[in-house]
Write a protein that binds this ligand. Structure first.
Ligand code: GTP
Ligand code: MG
Length: 197
């Protein structure tokens, strides 16, 4: 699939304020600084579309981007950023969970995982919560350019393997690098396939 047009639409503080139309949408979630906004820019071939930063905690609202006038990519704030106050953290968690559970247009959640690190408790809990809530999700390993291809593959396999004690079927996954545009075609084809079913 080719992305011909990508535009920022709106930043919303609550699920109730999100766009009212019925176009399908795909949301990107994961720990702060994992590369959600960078991945959206990479997929759209559009630098600066979603705001990125070397400092964690950049994205604080639900951001809608309209693609080819047909569907949305949604950039969400990161979870698990220790330097936030408890109050802000709670508010963000509330925003993220009500968006995920209540947004009818949400077709699939992409959970981003930094391919360099061992499975973190917060990611495991988040993925378990999605599974228990019957929310369709896909794992996207990020920053693969920071490892050799072999090591990235091995880490991804180990990460998924650790879901096996709780989940019979493992989620689909992709290994990506926004820096090197790795995984772009595969992810866009995957979204296209879902859009066409
Ligand atoms: P929050 O909005 O704060 O939750 O962060 P985010 O998940 O949107 O991360 P963002 O895209 O802002 O990227 C965080 C940092 O990681 C930036 O310095 C990016 O340049 C860097 N980064 C993102 N993706 C990649 C990648 O594929 N490879 C490398 N080497 N760096 C990356
Ligand atoms: Mg961001």
């Amino acid at each position: 699939m080719d992305i011909k047009k990508s535009e920022f639409v709106i930043s919303s503080p609550t699920v109730g304020k999100c766009p009212a139309d019925n176009k399908p949408e795909y949301a990107f979630i994961g720990r702060s600084n994992v590369g959600k906004s960078s991945l959206i820019n990479m997929l759209c071939n559009h630098k600066g579309l979603a705001k990125t930063s070397a400092t964690p905690g950049k994205t604080l609202l639900i951001n809608h981007f309209i693609i080819n006038n047909e569907w949305y990519l949604v950039d969400l704030p990161g979870y698990g950023f220790a330097k936030r106050s408890k109050t802000v953290q709670k508010k963000l968690e509330q925003m993220i969970s009500s968006y995920i559970l209540q947004r009818k247009q949400l077709v699939n959640v992409f959970v981003l995982i930094d391919v360099r690190h061992e499975q973190q408790k917060i990611d495991r809990e988040f993925v378990d919560w999605l599974g228990e809530s019957n929310v369709p999700f896909t794992i996207v390993f990020t920053k693969a350019d920071k490892l050799t291809p072999g090591k990235a593959k091995q880490n991804a396999a180990q990460w998924l393997d650790r879901l096996k004690d709780r989940w019979e079927t493992l989620p689909p996954y992709y290994i990506t690098s926004s820096e090197k545009k790795q995984g772009r075609e595969e992810l866009l084809n995957y979204i296209e396939e879902i859009n066409n079913t």
